[in-house]
Design a protein around this ligand. Structure first.
Ligand code: HEC
Length: 105
């Protein structure tokens, strides 16, 4: 490995190591959800319809089998019928933070 590449890899590893686990911004997540997810998912209570196949975000948030981490993993690599939206890690964190606000208990 070249010296330069080695440095880049190190820098990347350091950045990942120092990032807090859930640094998402729920407000940014809601904005993303409205523009990218609402065509299929009901993303907030005031939205009256979406597709039938995608679960509403409130349902996902309150499903005990779906953890924040599990949702983040899904968003990094979703499978059909959900399209891969090529979200950045920050976008994923924001969406996960937003979905967490829909938890009712
Ligand atoms: C084109 C339609 C479509 C779009 C756009 C879409 N989804 Fe989905 N999504 C689906 C469908 C359909 C499922 C159900 C997949 C299944 O049950 O196999 C799903 C499932 C999910 C799940 C549940 C995964 C699980 O563990 O069961 C999450 C979380 C999710 N979507 C989040 C999002 C977010 C966040 C966005 C916006 C960035 C988004 N989706 C955009 C169609 C979509």
């Amino acid at each position: 490995m070249s010296r330069q590449l080695g440095c880049l890899v190190m820098a990347g590893a350091l950045m990942m190591a120092s990032a807090p686990a859930y640094s998402g911004d729920a407000e940014a997540g809601l904005a993303l959800a409205r523009s990218w997810c609402a065509q299929c998912h009901v993303v907030e209570a005031s939205q009256d319809r979406a597709s039938d196949v995608a679960p509403p975000f409130a349902q996902i948030a309150n499903d005990p089998t779906k953890s924040a981490r599990g949702i983040a993993v899904w968003l990094a690599d979703p499978h059909p019928p959900m399209p891969n939206l090529n979200l950045t890690q920050q976008e994923i964190d924001d969406l996960v933070a937003y979905i967490a606000t829909l938890k009712t208990d």
